[in-house]
Ligand binder design. Sequence first.
Ligand code: CP3
Length: 355
Amino acid sequence: MSANGSPTGKQPTATYDSPFLKACRREPVPHTPVWFMRQAGRSLPEYRKVREGVGMLDSCMRPDLVTEITLQPVRRHGVDAAIYFSDIVVPLKAIGIDLDIKPGVGPVVEQPVRTRADLARLRDLTPEDVSYVTEAVGMLTAELGPAPLIGFAGAPFTLASYLVEGGPSRTYENAKAMMYGDPELWADLLDRLADITAAFLKVQIEAGASAVQLFDSWAGALAPADYRRSVLPASAKVFRAVEEYGVPRIHFGVGTGELLGLMGEAGADVVGVDWRVPLDEAARRVGPGKALQGNLDPTVLFAPTEAVEAKTREVLQAAAGLEGHVFNLGHGVMPSTDPDALTRLVEYVHEHSAR
Ligand SMILES: Cc1c2[nH]c(c1CCC(=O)O)Cc1[nH]c(c(CCC(=O)O)c1C)Cc1[nH]c(c(CCC(=O)O)c1C)Cc1[nH]c(c(C)c1CCC(=O)O)C2
């Protein structure tokens, strides 16, 4: 620990004292901090411009592009945190899994992981596998000034859903068939993925990320008992592995109303909530000692400004009694969102939460 309590000693005091990190630590803030999942990306014309002719995964491996794309929404919207531009499948690509991100589709895995022999393809991730991440995080923290950088990774279940299905799925039938039919293979697969995920988060924290978010986007497909038995142990392993750094750990999923308590139990400091559960009710489900992040429905941004403001006030009112609240959408920014609506939303939250 350095004098300002920053765990890696790399973090400037102004970053440690930023509203975003204070809210994550459930300390008083001058205004509710705001950032958006998928704030970098297709909603921004400047993103579409720099991505022209560059594949998604290729762009993730170029520190110059990662730095520029990560900074774009910070410059444009004045959000309280940057999120490192990458994708949840980057660490899998880095250990040699043959996959690609197909435009309009998502991650597609050439040879799905279905058998014990397939597990051998999931080797450990070393910092050298992702040296471009270390380089880009270093460039970013130098340029961001006091604004914190959030590192992230996919959680073992959500990664497994792509690896076992071979691509996006709505039902996860192959993944669930493994989970129910061969629980030992499933547990070993998730344990492997937990190690890879933890290693990937450590690289980002060691390079200067001030917080991390674990995306278990598709965990909402699971019944609580199955989540507890077959998924929570692996996610908990990831959170334990990065605990020593003392940076806030955020845990997010979609449709997780019935899982919020368990997602907190897995070891997060902040639990992400989608728009289906109001934040005051979410706080009861999560229990004391955790901050919450969320939870405006991303489709609200397609409505007129007055409607956006009314729904935003509802979120802020539901969060009024919380110890720590980070304002966000309930899921990622949709590509056809008007970027000006996002800029106005940041201003509105800052003004209407000023203390
Ligand atoms: C499930 C998941 C993925 N990737 C991610 C998740 C978890 C978050 C969530 O629940 O949305 C995480 C992710 N992917 C991306 C980010 C960037 C950081 C940010 O601004 O939030 C983050 C945090 C960039 C991206 N990742 C992807 C894009 C779009 C590709 C492009 O711009 O060409 C971006 C900006 C591709 C991707 N990658 C994935 C999908 C479903 C897609 C969309 C496919 C499509 O609609 O084209 C897998």
